[in-house]
Write a protein that binds this ligand. Sequence first.
Ligand code: AHM
Ligand code: MG
Length: 325
Amino acid sequence: MPAVGHRKTLQEYLTSEWQDKGRNGGLGAVIMAIADGSCRVEHQVRQASLADALGATGEINVQGEIVQRLDTASSDIFVETLSQSGHVAAIGCEEIERPVIVEGDIADGFIVLMDPLDGSSNIDVAVSIGSIFGIWQKSPGEIVNEDSLLRPGKDQVAAAYVVYGSSTVLVLATKGNVCGFTLDTESGAFALTHPGIKIPAECPYYSTNEGNNKVLDQPTQKAITLLRNKYSQRYVGSLVADFHRNLLKGGIFAYPADQNRKDGRLRLMYEANPLGFVAEQAGGAASTGYQRILDIVPQELHQRTPLILGNKDVVEDTVSVIKAG
Ligand code: AHM
Ligand code: MG
């Protein structure tokens, strides 16, 4: 008997919970395409070392970063499952320079922006990594082109991420609701294990790359010093894993701009927007230090942003220190 037992599977959850709320069936198909893709990615991640599938491809991506073989494999898998869902009109991907415009007449189509495998530096060393997705709905009759992907994060209809850790968990956020589903590797089904996620009021942790401290400006150094003096540090170096822990346990993640990364390190469309949406729906907040992440009107697909993410009051305090200068 599968470990899923009495728990609702993701498929059952989408059918029962979403139908009542009159949600468009297309969004459920997009979520199942993400779930199906992540099962395949999970398998590749677990088997990669045995299959000699680790290491770099030798290519540099549009971000100027070394492409890992699993980055490419994950990107290919999700482009395939999302394209075949019949409800995705366009896909933007951290690993692909130009958007994938899906052919065919998709009336109630969605636009998905994704980081197919987040945590590049941890891929080869068996440390938690993940996949991140932001989902927007196109207007009925809208002809989708490359510019159609440049939508602010506040217009997302849903966001999701999958963490491939000691267990594989898919977290799904829609307006006012965040739920987590754990993969039962025997049956291949995700089962509801974390209903109604809210970031705890307590904030035990801060997560930042302390090695960057010396290149931060003075106000940001001051803000990080305050976090350091108050909270315990936890930093995996995979945004998905750091965020997932802070979402469930309470915490703040900060990757600010610095002298070497004037626009920050992380990507607005693939990382900050989806996780900012999840955080807000769970009662948290996401900011650049000066502006709410979800209010940013994107100028280009691969743009970077500073990111301060997590418990609302701690994000607000940190932002006020940075703004005070
Ligand atoms: P990636 O999408 O290429 O993996 O890069 C993003 C990752 C995040 O997961 C993580 O928060 C950050 O880069 C870590 O950066 P650093 O090694 O500079 O601390
Ligand atoms: Mg990433």
